[in-house]
Write a protein of this length. Sequence first.
Length: 241
Amino acid sequence: MSRIVIGNWKLHGSMAMLEEYFSLLSAAGVSGGNVWLGLPVPYISAARGFAEKLGVCIGAQDASRYSEGAYTGEISADMLRDVGAQFVIVGHSERRRVFGDVDDIVCEKYHRAILAGLIPVLCVGETLAERDAGYEYEVVGRQLMAAINYFSSEEGGFNAPCIIAYEPVWAIGTGRTALLEDVEAMHSFILDRLPGAKVLYGGSVKPDSVRSLFQIDSVAGVLVGGASLSASSFASICGMA
Ligand SMILES: O=C[C@H](O)COP(=O)(O)O
């Protein structure tokens, strides 16, 4: 099974880094439509040029909930598509925590992405306080139900082949990967509600931790933050996918 590996550069990068990164990926033999890179918007167009030869997909890390209008600073899903994005991440915990993206807003963004022809990747996950209090399934269930309910009146509903990234917030950027049994249990929980979904894991994924994650059948891929900034780390994760 070929797993999806999504790199998320977050607020990092430059044109120089982009060019060098793709030449390193190419030298490392990285290729294929299962390798995705979520970039800051200004680099999407150039990245498509570099990525095409490798067959790597390029996307964005967020999209506006609005399609157009007087919304200074916003970038619509249609605009992302226009500059070459193929997918977009929505509901990342950093968007939820820092920018106030509550469930309804996340669902609107997800919907905009579909209407624009982008593949949306919906992030869900609990904070450490929520897990410590035993609420992890309640929180993730609420985030999923928001999308399921939002799309209930749409043809097809919120259904396969959607892509969900389970990212326990306490594992993001902390060097602390979730226990394999906890990943497996949460992925089963998600798949019980969305049987056709591809469920990715995110949170301190590194080359040395990914091998064991890939031994879990329900891990359809990984969402990689910090380790995706190094072409060699990212290439090595892709090599194991
Ligand atoms: O989008 C990626 C996730 O937030 C994981 O980030 P991380 O690999 O740096 O923990």
